[in-house]
Design a protein. Sequence first.
Length: 321
Amino acid sequence: MICLGIEGTAHTLGVGIVEDETILSNVSSMYVPSKGGIHPREAANHHVSHFISLLKKSIEKAGIDKEDIDIIAFSQGPGLGPCLRTAATAARALSLYLKKPLVGVNHCIAHLEIGRGLTDCNDPVLLYVSGGNTQVIAFMRGKYRVFGETLDIGIGNCLDKFARELGIKFPGGPKIEEMAQEGKKYIPLPYSVKGMDVAFSGILTSALKHVGKERKEDLCYSLQETCFSMLAEVTERAMAHTEKEEILLGGGVACNKRLQQMVKKMAEERGASFFCPPNEFLVDNGAMIAWTALLMKPIPIEESAVKQNFRTDEVEVTWRN
């Protein structure tokens, strides 16, 4: 079976083609705002203008004809409304034109499934960290359950907002990671873990108060160390609670090498196994949508409305025991 997947939850438009468990193509284009954060309608306009070229490129790279495609899939949520609707509209149009079944995929679960598929892990706890999402997820009793999450903003959003105050263009995470490597002084920031959940807005506010008073490199270092320590702690708690012995990273922020080091060390100290797919499949991408859709059942077009607040634990995970 060959599936074409369309990812369009936020700033990235991705088109990927997967045949069974082989990724045939995975192409994308990212909207970068001229200033500030993501403007949903501008991002959606970017997706509209780039979709046809990405679709052609993906099919050409896969070495197939459009008639070879068996399933059309799209990111149904969670995400930014205008972006989600653009991807969904494109998927519906392709489904009708090619007369192929349509599958709506939960974006968060797609990160988990592509990670499971591309690594040797089987039943992991997923630390999912991106711009808009921060969750600790694990499979239990027929669903992917959320054992901990952010109570306010996502970790990526926190890093990007801090970067903007330093004059760093979007996306700011990679530059913060680079600057943090030059940090020499830890500046105490609020450590906000609430049970199994985390909160980043207070840390961000505190860090911003130090801008202009401390070295930027030290601030980046301190922000990373504090936030990533919080994430490692709640992930370890979830592993202890679920008694699972594998940890998987997913989401764009998981590209951060320091976060990988900290979570890997935590896993090793527990005698657990650490897994992280290549960066291409950590960031938002179409291949993860296609990969996950091949595990799922098609839906009628009438049920393909997007879900901006699509919860991970809403999905019945029928493909796992």
